[in-house]
Design a protein around this ligand. Structure first.
Ligand code: ZN
Ligand code: ZN
Length: 443
């Protein structure tokens, strides 16, 4: 054991952070990345150098154990690391119950290392944060943008929440593993990173209408790398090294963008709410949730269909639908959510006043909102782009019925306090039309 305390390159440096429009502070997240075929050995040596004989917990599931977990555990053992393993079951779900178990298992440890992607990261990151211990991660797929983010998506009392959790200090990646990840996982990451094209507009609209909190820095950061993946659907589908690693890098920066903003707003708008909606419905409908990124991709089609209609709408035609829209949506909560209804109600009530004020705010702000609506590409563009990865992009492929899609479109806005395009579309009276349009494209 022992050895030099190696430092690796930061994912972003202060020089990368150009384009702030809010005048606020944006501390650079201190996440470093080591990328190389020998990442397992390097991680193990670093771990031994930092922690010596202090206990370390590694979490993985059977799938990620085959990708890098076993190799990493062997490398850690060779370095004499005091290693404990938490073996998750296949397809773990980030629930409060599972979090509590990992929290308990890591209480006396100095470091958690996650080997995996979405859920495994959320679990490791959140448990480490709760125990105030260090967190490192070894991503196994370019499937979502949470690796570098300062939040974790956890189901609390059945309601999907994004909770604060410190990002990993160190990320170690074997490029070949990322490149060889199953096509579906690559397609999911492609959708998740592209969500920014709608979520950033959602945030700008919300900022104009309510909070004034928008900052251009996260979008500016993403713009520097977009070219490497945005137009390369086929190459990502084929597993082309440059395109897939471009995508992976885009996902890392997208997570950083959220940390910079101090919220998930730059990368999570209405398109994410429908995904959270289906995750939450899992226990009620028995439908096992699809990959986060793919559900988000479906959400992108809905959001862009909403923007298309909003762009065509004349401000003078807006009707004061505030109370009617709020009441109708609120009334559906008990039947839709059963035992989770009280939690959902709390979230939706949190934005009641803002939504009622839309009667006045929407027409007043319409002229400044319209140019934003028009910036968004049509839903046809995105359906086509996602299909070009070579994997199907239909509701059928994601085991979603037309009915479950309609339910999400009409009700997902109730599960979270954040104002998104789904609220705008509902209160402008175009949500149902947009839903039917998106449905046609996804059938
Ligand atoms: Zn700023
Ligand atoms: Zn996402």
């Amino acid at each position: 054991m022992g050895g030099p305390l190696r430092q690796h390159a930061p994912v972003v440096t202060a020089e990368d952070l150009v384009g702030c429009t809010c005048g606020g502070e944006h501390p650079t997240p201190a996440v470093t990345l080591y990328s190389g075929g020998d990442a397992c050995r390097v991680l193990a040596e670093d771990c031994s150098a930092w922690y010596g004989k202090q206990p370390v917990l590694l979490i993985s599931d059977p799938e990620t154990d085959l990708v890098g977990g076993k190799t990493l555990r062997a490398a850690l053992s060779r370095q004499g690391v005091n290693l404990h393993h938490y073996a998750l079951e296949t397809n773990p779900s980030a629930t409060d119950t599972l979090v509590a178990k990992i929290e308990a298992a890591s209480r006396d440890k100095k470091l958690i290392i996650s080997v995996g992607s979405g859920t495994i990261n959320d679990l490791g990151k959140f448990a480490a944060d709760r125990n105030g211990i260090d967190y490192w991660t070894m991503p196994t797929a370019p499937s979502m943008n949470g690796y570098t983010s300062s939040i974790a998506a956890i189901k609390l009392k059945g309601v999907k929440r994004t909770l604060p959790a410190a990002p990993p200090k160190r990320i170690y990646v074997v490029p070949q593993e990322i490149q060889d990840a199953p096509l579906k996982l690559r397609q999911a990451g492609f959708c998740d990173v592209l969500a920014k094209v709608v979520s950033d507009i959602d945030w700008q609209c919300e900022s104009l209408l309510c909070s004034g909190s928008y900052c251009g820095l996260p979008a500016a950061l993403m713009a520097t790398v977009e070219k490497t993946y945005a137009e390369h659907a086929e190459e990502i589908g084929h597993g082309d090294e440059t395109a897939v690693m471009g995508l992976f890098n885009g996902l890392l920066l997208s997570g950083v963008a959220m940390s910079l903003a101090g919220s998930s707003a730059p990368a999570s708008g209405g398109e994410h709410l429908v995904s959270h909606f289906w995750d939450m419905r899992e226990t009620l409908t028995g439908r096992e949730a699809e990959l986060h990124g793919l559900q988000v991709g479906v959400g992108i089609i809905l959001s862009t269909a909403c923007y298309q209609r909003l762009a065509q709408l004349d401000g003078g035609d807006l009707k004061p639908l505030g109370l009617q829209q709020f009441t109708a949506t609120a009334e559906r909560i008990p039947k839709l959510w059963g035992e989770y209804a009280a939690e959902v109600e709390k979230q939706f009530l949190g934005k009641r006043e803002v939504l009622l004020a839309f009667d006045q705010r929407l027409p007043d702000t319409w002229e400044r909102l319209q140019p934003l609506f028009r910036q968004v590409r049509p839903p046809e563009y995105f359906v086509n782009l996602f299909m070009r990865t070579g994997a199907p992009f239909t509701l059928d492929a994601f085991r979603l019925s037309a009915e479950e899609f309609r339910l999400a479109a009409r009700n997902a806005r109730a599960i979270r306090e954040r104002i998104t395009v789904l609220d705008l579309a509902a209160h402008a009276g175009v949500l149902d039309d947009a839903t039917e349009h998106a449905l046609q494209l996804l059938s």
